[in-house]
Design a protein around this ligand. Structure first.
Ligand SMILES: NC(=O)c1ccc[n+]([C@@H]2O[C@H](COP(=O)([O-])OP(=O)(O)OC[C@H]3O[C@@H](n4cnc5c(N)ncnc54)[C@H](O)[C@@H]3O)[C@@H](O)[C@H]2O)c1
Length: 256
């Protein structure tokens, strides 16, 4: 498939994990790739993979939770690659705690990166899409964006915010030809975030991924590529009649 030939896609958090898989998949579909991340060495690894596919790739250091820094990084990338047809808001962090033990600094940092970071990038990139009369946005929420679970209160709150922004913006910009959707991955292994969640789960005495596989209808955890395929679909014309949706990629664990 070459559904994104001639398009330029900006992927936040593309320096690792799911973001890297998304960048590579979009490049396989023919897109040139821009990446904003705070993980410089990781971005270079992703860029090498994208370039090996014959696509252009530019990277910029930037904290999505800092509006000015994110705007500076975006502008520098746009100057090199041209305007963006696709925005994937993937950057995120996970901090676990019981709701009643949540430290204000962890709450603020989680909301600053996971929720405000998405809002910042939307405000920086989407006005240009509206002006040009088209664009596709895919936001990374989570199955935990649809329901709180023990010890994931602040993370779930931040991912519910992503879904609310997705739905509101989708309706606001639909008349301008801009589609805005979200994906809600389940347990995705092979990423530093999953490793962090596993370590935090162990410390809190919560079941880890391998103990939870039996509760997943498809009896396996997901891979970054499982997510990347769906993101590429939503970013393509194949999903031309879809906006404001929140698609589960959870092996059947979630059905609403
Ligand atoms: N792994 C899972 O099981 C899972 C499940 C559901 C949703 N998600 C979501 O998918 C996305 C990617 O998750 P992942 O598992 O690949 O995580 P990851 O930790 O492997 O990658 C996240 C990337 O975001 C970058 N990043 C972090 N803070 C940033 C900031 N302030 N500014 C710019 N970049 C920043 C990191 O450097 C990293 O490269 C996240 O939004 C996460 O919440 C992951």
């Amino acid at each position: 498939m070459r559904g994104l030939s001639g398009k330029v896609a900006l992927v936040t958090g593309g320096g690792n994990g799911i973001g890297r898989a998304i960048a590579i998949r979009l490049a396989e579909e023919g897109a040139d790739i821009a990446i904003i991340d705070v993980h410089e060495a990781g971005m270079e690894v992703t860029a090498a993979s994208v370039k090996a596919l014959g696509r252009r790739c530019e990277v910029a250091y930037g904290d999505v939770g800092d509006h000015q820094a994110a705007a500076r990084a975006t502008k520098a990338l746009e100057a090199k690659l041209g305007t963006f047809d696709v925005l994937v808001n993937n950057a995120g962090i996970v901090r676990m705690a019981a709701v009643l033990d949540t430290r204000p600094e962890d709450w603020r940092e989680t909301m600053r990166i996971n929720a405000e970071g998405v809002l910042n990038m939307l405000k920086i990139v989407v006005p240009g899409m509206v002006q040009r009369g088209g664009g596709r946005v895919v936001n990374l929420s989570s199955w935990l964006g649809k329901a709180g679970r023990p010890y994931f209160g602040m993370y779930a709150a931040s991912k519910a915010a992503v879904l609310a922004l997705t739905q509101a913006l989708a309706l606001e910009v639909a008349p301008h030809g801009v589609r805005v959707n979200a994906v809600c991955p389940g347990l995705i292994e092979g990423t530093p975030m999953r490793e962090s969640a596993e370590a935090q789960s162990k410390a809190l005495g919560v079941p880890v991924a391998k103990d939870r596989v039996q509760t997943i209808p498809l009896r396996r955890t997901g891979t970054p590529e499982d997510v990347a395929k769906v993101v590429a679909f939503l970013a393509s014309d194949e999903a031309g009649y879809m906006t404001g949706q929140a698609i589960n990629i959870s092996g059947g664990m979630w059905q609403h």
